[in-house]
Design a protein around this ligand. Structure first.
Ligand code: TV1
Ligand code: CA
Ligand code: ZN
Length: 379
C-alpha cells in the first residue's frame, strides 16, 4: 500500500461501544445516536476491520468524568434533573438542545469511555492512530451541558494524553465552534486549540472570533477561523492546509486530536457549508500525512446517511483503503435502505445550497493572522 512506500505502516485502533447508539434525544431532536450504528455497520460491511484492531471499551467511570467536570453538575446529570436556576435558561430554548432523556448519563459514559481508552492506547504506544466516531462532543462545559453535549469527552481525553505528552494539538472541523475545548485549555500552552467553523452572530454558539487567542500562559495558543457560509472544498483546503502545516511545524505537538464533525458537509440539516465527502476527507488525509500520533473523533452531523458515508470514507482514508473500496454501498448492509436516495453511492455529489461568501482576500487575512500568531510560539 501507499503507507509502505511513504513510511512505516501505522498501527490503528478503533473504539466502539455499541450501547452508545441506542439512546434517543427526543422525537424532533437533530442529534441521533443511531447514526453511530449505521456508521459502524457500514465500516464493517466494507470490511475495514481487517486493517485495524477493534476494541469495545468499558464505559467511563464517575472518577474519570470528574477529572474535568464539576461533581454537583455530574450528580444532576446522573439524577436526570437540572437544578432549578430561577428565571434564567428555561425560556430561551437552550434546555431543548440538551434534554435529560432516559439514560443520558449512561450515554455519556459510553462515548467518553471510548475516548479515554483511545487516549490510553496512544499513551502506551499500542497505536499510532486511534478512532472513536461516537466522541467529539466539544460544547460541554465544566458545570454545564451545551449544544447537544453533556460530558466533554475531548477535554477528558486530552487530560489523559497530557499525562504522557508535553504538547497536544487540537483541530476541530465541525461547523460549530469548539468552545468547550477552547475554554478548558484557554490558560495553558500545553494544548493548542484550532477551530474552523461558521461564524455568524446568530449561529450557535456565537463565539470563535479571531480575537479569542488564549490568555496568560495560554496566550497565542487558541486559534479561531470564523468562516462565512458556503465554503467549498477549494477554499477550505486553501486555509486548512497551510495553517495546519505551520501549526505542526511551529508548535511541534507530541499528539494531534482531530474532531471530524460531519455537519461541515454540504446539505447538512444544521450546517451552511458546501464541503463534499472528498473535501472533508482531504482534511483527515492531510492531518494523517503529518505523521504524528493521532486521535480521530466524531462530532456533529445531522443528515444521518451522510454522517455514515463521511466517517466510513474517512475510516477508509485512515487505513489506506479509500481508493480501493467500491463506491456502491455493500448489498448486505442491513441499513442499506438509508442510502437509497442517492443510488446507494458512498460519495455522492452534494447539492450546493449556499454561495461561497469567503473571498480570497478574507481567506488570506485568516492565514496571515495565523502565521503572525505562530511566529510568537516558543518553547
Ligand atoms: C429539539 C428539537 C432541539 C428540535 C435543537 C439547531 C432542537 C435544534 C431541535 C438546534 C433544532 C441548535 C441553538 C437555541 C440558541 C440555541 C455535536 C436559543 C432544527 C457538536 C449544537 C447546535 C451543535 C445547538 C452541536 C443549536 C455540535 N441548532 N431543532 N439547536 N438558541 N442551539 O441555536 O457542534 O454539532 O434545529
Ligand atoms: Ca469547528
Ligand atoms: Zn456541530
Amino acid at each position: 500500500t501507499k503507507d509502505d512506500v511513504i513510511g512505516r505502516k501505522r498501527n490503528i485502533m478503533y473504539f466502539h461501544n455499541e450501547n452508545v447508539a441506542a439512546f434517543h434525544y427526543g422525537p424532533h431532536h437533530p442529534m441521533k445516536p443511531f447514526r453511530l450504528a449505521v456508521t459502524h455497520s457500514l465500516i464493517l460491511h466494507y470490511n475495514l476491520q481487517h486493517y485495524f484492531t477493534m476494541v469495545e471499551p468499558p464505559p467511563a467511570t464517575y472518577e474519570e468524568i470528574i477529572a474535568f467536570h464539576d461533581t454537583d453538575y455530574i450528580e444532576e446529570l446522573m439524577a436526570g434533573k437540572w437544578r432549578v436556576v430561577p428565571d434564567e435558561d428555561a425560556v430561551d430554548g437552550t434546555a431543548d438542545d440538551v434534554p435529560l432523556f432516559d439514560g443520558v448519563y449512561d450515554y455519556c459514559t459510553y462515548y467518553t469511555g471510548s475516548t479515554i481508552q483511545a487516549a490510553k492506547a496512544l499513551n502506551c504506544k499500542w497505536a499510532d492512530i486511534v478512532i472513536n466516531w461516537s466522541g467529539g462532543l466539544h460544547h460541554a462545559k465544566k458545570a454545564q451541558a451545551s449544544g447537544f453535549c453533556y460530558v466533554n469527552d475531548i477535554v477528558i481525553g486530552i487530560l489523559e494524553l497530557l499525562k504522557h505528552n508535553q504538547r497536544v494539538l487540537y483541530i476541530d472541523i465541525d461547523i460549530h465552534h469548539g468552545d468547550g475545548v477552547q475554554d478548558a485549555f484557554y490558560f495553558t500552552s500545553r494544548v493548542m486549540t484550532a477551530s474552523f467553523h461558521h461564524y455568524h452572530e446568530k449561529f450557535f454558539p456565537g463565539t470563535g472570533i479571531v480575537k479569542e487567542k488564549g490568555r496568560s500562559d495560554g496566550k497565542h495558543y487558541s486559534l479561531n477561523f470564523p468562516l462565512r457560509e458556503g465554503i467549498t472544498d477549494e477554499s477550505y483546503a486553501y486555509v486548512f492546509k497551510p495553517i495546519v502545516r505551520s501549526l505542526v511545524k511551529f508548535y511541534d505537538p507530541n499528539v494531534i486530536v482531530l474532531q471530524c464533525g460531519a455537519d461541515s458537509l454540504g446539505s447538512d440539516k444544521l450546517g451552511k457549508f458546501n464541503l463534499s465527502f472528498n473535501g472533508h476527507g482531504e482534511c483527515i488525509r492531510f492531518v494523517k500525512s503529518l505523521n504524528r500520533p493521532l486521535m480521530i473523533l466524531g462530532g456533529g452531523g445531522y443528515r444521518l446517511r451522510n454522517v455514515a458515508r463521511c466517517w466510513t470514507n474517512e475510516t477508509a482514508i485512515i487505513v489506506g483503503q479509500d481508493d480501493v473500496i467500491s463506491d456502491i454501498i455493500p448489498e448486505i448492509d442491513p441499513y442499506r435502505k438509508c442510502f437509497a436516495p442517492e443510488h446507494y453511492k458512498l460519495r455522492p455529489e452534494l447539492p450546493h445550497r449556499f454561495r461561497d461568501a469567503n473571498t480570497r482576500e478574507f481567506l488570506d487575512y485568516l492565514i496571515g493572522v495565523a502565521e503572525e500568531r505562530m511566529r510568537k510560539i516558543e518553547h
